[in-house]
Design a protein. Structure first.
Length: 548
């Protein structure tokens, strides 16, 4: 990790925001916000989900929909809020680029990753198609994507969540912007790649026109990331900027009570410890589990045969009742593929049993036996926006499982169960008037993740697969959700398969840990053994990167 740049003088700011307010109809969501960013400076904007961080950034690019925006946002003396739409098109993706929070919804599903990056290079840098294609591969390689030439020809759905996020970062950096608005740019990345991306952004800041380098407005809920990367931090609460200053000063002596609560919010371990009675049967058991994806072969041979990509090879694991198995590894290591196989959503080889029952092959068939088994194992996906139907209301989304598994419930009983599940994850009618009739796009990223948790819990499963369940949540909400999951595990004996790149979350939640790389299990054991005394060099690197 390179040393952070010293922040430049703030006497000549690149961006100067003054009295910024954003209103949707009668509701003011951002009020009187003001801050400066100097060339080459890294400013972190932190706060709870729904505090107005993302809306503030979107307003600078005039991407906040039908919002009424007042105040000033001066970029090198030009007020972005008074420029014509034609002038703003030159600013967007050129002088200012943005990495959005949810790559699956920001990337075009009908274009390959390479095509989307080359489009930026041809429009903003005037490169030829051949030059753009080569530059796109080089950008993907810089962000740490393995086999960048092959990934450039892949569509977004063919990449893992972390790989999609890195592709978005490559696209944003293609035009060498003066200012990068990074909305949770490392949310989906494991700790080693997170450090690599931070190194990349720091390196780019040392390169720029006239030696100025690129400034970064980092929107994040990851306070460790702020400590490691940012020069200054600005804290938002309910649309108001309550505190800002140098990172070391704010973290050492926070002045505002809200900032104090944020800094004090860290995952706390509160799980059932001790050994299980001898002979306790595991609720999930796998022996030599193998998952293979077909791949096209070149030439005439590809007309008759398919190649194969082994995503999971020889995985063996046990998940006891009332316990949590944490699965860690780099993006693309096979963690999510392992989870999908356990959920019966992918064909697999080897032995696999859930609640003492194997999936009827093919596991993806919705036979009566498989449908009954699906109630036993539910999932919270990594990207809530892509896993929640945009055409269904909250009541329909959360209650959908009851319609399948408890069709005898009448509408009133089903609505009562939906309201109770939402209340358990911290969403109530008092907070959100008309909650049941709202749609996913009306919520922030963290609030959508809570909807996904409620949807999974409502059918009362025995096993919950948690695929990065807190990656989109700020630290205070993360603490609440982890506390909720811990309480539910104690009260109901739930078992969790926890997939995450956050070592702090593993320490707080897991009883056993399984480390994966390139589809294989590198190391497994108790959380204390694996994280406090790792044996495999790969595990040692992961733990060291998390502690950096």
């Amino acid at each position: 990790m390179s040393l952070p740049l010293q922040p430049p003088s703030l006497s000549t700011p690149l961006l100067e925001v003054q009295d910024l307010s954003v209103r949707f109809g009668a509701k003011e969501v951002v009020r009187g916000v003001g801050f400066d960013i100097a060339p080459g400076e890294k400013l972190a904007l932190v706060g709870e989900s729904g505090s107005g961080k993302t809306i503030t950034a979107l307003s600078l690019l005039r991407l906040a929909g039908e919002a009424k925006i007042t105040g000033q946002a001066l970029l090198r003396g030009r007020d972005l809020l008074s420029l014509s739409e034609r002038e703003m098109r030159g600013v967007r993706g050129g002088e200012i680029a943005m990495v959005f929070q949810e790559p699956m919804t920001a990337l075009n599903p009908l274009m390959t990753i390479g095509q989307q990056i080359t489009e930026v290079l041809e429009l903003k840098k005037a490169l030829t198609p051949a030059q753009s294609a080569q530059a796109a591969i080089e950008l993907l390689a810089k962000t740490g994507i393995p086999e960048p030439q092959r990934r450039a020809n892949a569509f977004p759905h063919q990449l893992s969540g972390g790989q999609r996020q890195r592709a978005m970062i490559a696209m944003a950096l293609a035009s060498e912007p003066a200012l990068l608005l990074a909305d949770e740019p490392t949310t989906a990345l494991d700790v080693t790649l997170r450090g690599q991306i931070l190194d990349l952004l720091s390196e780019l800041q040392r390169k720029g026109n006239a030696g100025e380098g690129m400034a970064v407005l980092l929107i994040t809920h990851d306070l460790n990331l702020v400590r490691r990367f940012a020069d200054r931090v600005a804290v938002m609460e309910q649309g108001v900027l309550v505190e800002q200053g140098r990172v070391d000063e704010v973290f050492r002596a926070p002045q505002h009570p809200y900032t104090q609560r944020l800094i004090a919010s860290q995952p706390r371990r509160d799980v059932v410890e001790g050994t299980l009675p001898e002979g306790t049967a595991p609720v999930v058991q796998a022996q030599n589990l193998r998952v293979v994806y077909p791949t096209p072969l070149p030439g005439i041979r590809g007309w008759f045969h398919k190649g194969e990509f082994v995503a999971v090879q020889g995985a063996t694991l046990q998940l006891p009742p009332g316990r949590t198995l944490g699965v860690v590894g780099e993006s693309g290591s096979g963690k999510s593929t392992l989870a999908l196989a356990i959920l019966g959503l992918l064909p697999h080889g080897g032995e696999l049993a859930v609640a003492g029952q194997g999936w009827q092959q093919p596991a993806t068939r919705n036979t009566p036996a498989n449908q009954q088994l699906r109630r036993q194992v539910q999932v919270v996906f990594q990207d809530p926006f892509s896993s929640l139907s945009p055409r269904l209301t909250v009541e329909e989304i959360v209650g959908e499982g009851l319609q399948v598994h408890e069709p005898a419930l009448d509408m009133a009983a089903r609505r009562g169960r939906v309201e109770a599940a939402l209340a358990e994850v911290g969403l109530t009618e008092d907070q959100f008037p008309g909650l049941l009739a709202r749609y996913p796009h009306e919520f922030s990223g963290g609030q959508r993740q809570r909807l996904a948790v409620a949807r999974a819990l409502i059918v009362q499963p025995r096993v919950l697969v948690l695929d990065e369940p807190t990656s989109a949540l700020d630290v205070t909400i993360q603490q609440q959700v982890l506390g909720l999951l811990q309480r539910l595990q104690k009260d109901k004996g739930l078992s969790y398969l926890l997939i995450t790149h956050d070592v702090d979350v593993i320490r707080a939640m897991a009883h056993e840990v399984l480390v994966m790389k390139d589809g294989a299990v590198m190391e497994q054991g108790s959380v204390g053994q694996v994280l406090d005394a790792p044996q495999h060099p790969y595990t040692q690197r992961l733990v060291a990167a998390a502690a950096a």
